[in-house]
Write a protein that binds this ligand. Structure first.
Ligand SMILES: NC(=O)c1ccc[n+]([C@@H]2O[C@H](COP(=O)([O-])OP(=O)(O)OC[C@H]3O[C@@H](n4cnc5c(N)ncnc54)[C@H](O)[C@@H]3O)[C@@H](O)[C@H]2O)c1
Length: 345
């Protein structure tokens, strides 16, 4: 089996590459190595940018530095592959409103090129969407508990109305890509699935304030840096470990049932920001210094996936619980401290 992973040197993409290498596949990472959000962290940005590249090289992944916005280059490099997993994206809401053109060209044109490649090569494709496609009107349906927002029923399924509330360019670009995935399945019969992903976390995640909050909190707790929480801290996600998302992509490859799937841990892994800080206090043996700042424009205060569709149609279920997953993320951060310290810009 030969798998092409767009964004293979990103956080999730690197896990997809590793997942298929471990199963004996030939794996190509196709990534332009931008990772704009790294520039906005306090990390050693250049070293962090190359971390996954070096890691994947060691385990035998073929690395191509190229852009999904270049269709010919993508098509040329995808020749002979059996499966495309599309994780390359501009993933941050903050960057989307600061640079809407980057957001649109990466998320919409890039995804369009990936779908065209899958159509021409007649191969299945898994594409990463986000639960942000539902918009943030969900915020108006919540009750406020003492440590988290609460909603009845807890789980939200794929039939929930999309794009409701106050929108940002990220909502528009990720939803357009999600529509294109369905369009290519309906019109051209491409075996394509769009995975609406909740908050993902795991090793090799250089999470900052723009993207990857579980990792951002974990890194700051390990380094003893203050954590800024935007809003009340009661925001909830059914966080999911990266390897569980890889399992979902693989379940789709085997089941070949195109469509849209909500992928998260479901109610069992639901965690608020404050509850995540509590967990980190237990794991690290000390409470991090937490500061509060105003809510951010477009923020979604609550999302817990109803994962029944993925369970029944793909035969997939998440396995990693937050305590186990966050402990393993913290272990990776401790082993890689130098990448989070200093500024090499
Ligand atoms: N991490 C999360 O919590 C989360 C939540 C919901 C959805 N998602 C989605 O999952 C996917 C992966 O997210 P991630 O957290 O791994 O992001 P990431 O930023 O770590 O990885 C994305 C990768 O894509 C690459 N890339 C960006 N533009 C490119 C281009 N034009 N051509 C080629 N490569 C390009 C980047 O260099 C980077 O390595 C994204 O689609 C994101 O929207 C992530």
């Amino acid at each position: 089996m030969k798998v092409l992973v767009t964004g293979g040197c990103g956080f999730l993409g690197s896990h997809v590459c590793e997942f298929y290498i471990k199963r004996g596949a030939e794996v190509i990472s196709y990534d332009n190595m931008t990772k704009h959000e790294l520039e906005r962290t306090e990390f050693a940005a250049e070293a962090a940018r190359n971390y996954n590249w070096d890691y994947l090289k060691k385990i035998g992944v073929s690395l191509i530095k190229a852009d999904i916005r270049n269709h010919q280059e993508l098509l040329g490099n995808a020749q002979g592959c059996d499966y495309i997993v599309h994780t390359a994206a501009q993933p941050a809401m903050t960057i989307s409103w600061e640079d809407p053109h980057l957001d649109l060209s990466t998320n919409v044109i890039g995804t369009f090129n990936v779908l065209e490649t899958a159509r021409k090569l007649k191969v299945p494709v898994a594409s990463c969407a986000t639960v942000h496609v539902y918009g943030n009107r969900i915020n108006e349906t919540l009750k406020e508990g003492s440590r988290r927002y609460i909603r009845e029923p807890e789980g939200i399924d794929e039939g929930h109305p999309i794009l409701e509330g106050t929108l940002t360019p990220l909502h528009a670009s990720k939803s357009a890509a999600d529509f294109y995935v369905k369009t290519y399945a309906d019109t051209y019969g491409v075996e394509a699935a769009s995975f609406r992903l909740t908050g993902i976390y795991g090793a090799r995640q250089f999470g900052g304030e723009d993207h990857g909050w579980v990792a951002n909190f974990s890194i700051r707790s390990v380094l003893g840096r203050p954590i800024t929480i935007f809003g009340s801290g009661k925001q909830v996600r059914d966080i999911i470990y990266a390897t569980d998302v890889c399992e979902a992509f693989d379940a789709f490859y085997k089941a070949r049932r195109p469509g849209i799937y909500n992928i998260g841990g479901g109610p069992a892994t639901a965690t608020s920001l404050i509850e995540c800080i509590d967990m980190l206090e237990k794991i690290n043996g000390g409470r991090p210094d937490v500061r509060f700042a105003a809510d951010r424009h477009g923020d979604l205060r609550y999302f817990i996936c109803d994962i029944s569709k993925a369970k029944t149609r793909l035969g997939w279920s998440p396995k990693v619980m937050p305590e186990e997953g966050i402990s393993s993320l913290v272990g990776w951060i401790r082993e890689n401290r130098p990448f989070f310290i200093g500024d090499d810009k």
